[in-house]
Design a protein around this ligand. Structure first.
Ligand SMILES: NC(=O)c1ccc[n+]([C@@H]2O[C@H](COP(=O)([O-])OP(=O)(O)OC[C@H]3O[C@@H](n4cnc5c(N)ncnc54)[C@H](OP(=O)(O)O)[C@@H]3O)[C@@H](O)[C@H]2O)c1
Length: 243
């Protein structure tokens, strides 16, 4: 797929990982709809950066904690940037809970934001794509679905659902729409933690460094561009799965 002149949505595109993917898509010529929830200012700044570099885009807020609102995002983006052929599901929660203390409400909250909204966004995206048009979805998941965190229990299980959803949707939507994922390891400090936190984790990795967002954006663009890849989940973990 040639990204130039395509319209794309990046959920959680105002900050951090989502922002890096939004900027990379815009740099490749896409009109990017930057979705946000609470980060209105950062969303404006991300759009300013895109426009300063000669790109185009738009911003819009939807609370993806309520999956019933997810289809509205496709409509908003289509109105703003035209028929959407690229969807990046990056928005997520990162709840702290365990099997001991997770509540039904907390479990549902994690799943609604991290798994259910991406599913129904993808459903609405596929339904809106015109006859004969092709599309690409990239989900952002977590390498820890294979070696689960104990302290982010509902989150990691929701991300495990994203892994399965990636493969199921790739089959369901082929050949018109390809669905892939990037699975992240030590990329950025989680909210509330500093650089030292991830640097300590990175020391244990074969590649001995923190990933940062550039490799994530590069992998997302690769999955969008390469027309013979679907149902794939690329790990960006500095080799962490090997140790
Ligand atoms: N950072 C890492 O090292 C790492 C590692 C493994 C996996 N990941 C995955 O990579 C993705 C991006 O990571 P990140 O660290 O950039 O995430 P983050 O800083 O936790 O940001 C999450 C994004 O989700 C959005 N969001 C939160 N609640 C929302 C809601 N109710 N409705 C709509 N959007 C909502 C936020 O938007 P607002 O700011 O506008 O509220 C924010 O942009 C996530 O899927 C994460 O699980 C990241």
């Amino acid at each position: 797929m040639d990204i130039n002149n395509r319209a794309a949505i990046v959920t959680g595109g105002a900050r951090r990982v989502g922002k890096a993917i939004a900027l990379a898509l815009a740099g490749a010529g896409a009109r990017v709809f930057i979705h946000y929830n609470s980060s209105a200012g950062p969303a404006e700044e991300t759009l300013d950066e895109i426009e300063a570099a000669g790109g185009t885009g738009a911003i819009g807020a939807v609370d993806l904690g309520n999956p019933e609102l997810a289809p509205q995002l496709i409509d908003m983006a289509t109105d703003a940037v035209g028929e959407v052929s690229i969807l990046v599901n990056s928005a997520s929660g990162f709840a702290t809970d365990s099997l001991d203390d997770v509540s039904i409400e907390g479990w549902r909250r994690s799943h609604d934001l991290t798994l259910v909204s991406p599913v129904f966004l993808t459903q609405a995206f596929a339904a809106a794509l015109g006859d004969g048009a092709d599309g690409a979805v990239v989900n952002v998941t977590d390498v820890r679905t294979m070696t689960p965190y104990q302290e982010h229990f509902s989150y990691v299980i929701a991300k495990g659902g994203v892994d399965a959803f990636t493969r199921a949707a790739a089959l369901a939507l082929a050949p018109r729409i390809r669905v892939n994922a990037v699975a992240l390891g030590v990329i950025l400090p989680p909210p509330g933690e500093d650089a030292a936190y991830v640097e300590a984790l990175a020391e244990q990795l074969p590649l001995q460094r923190v990933g940062g967002t550039d490799p994530v954006a590069a992998a997302a663009l690769h999955l969008i561009r390469n027309d013979f890849i679907t149902g794939e989940i690329i790990r960006l973990d500095g080799g962490g799965h090997l140790v």
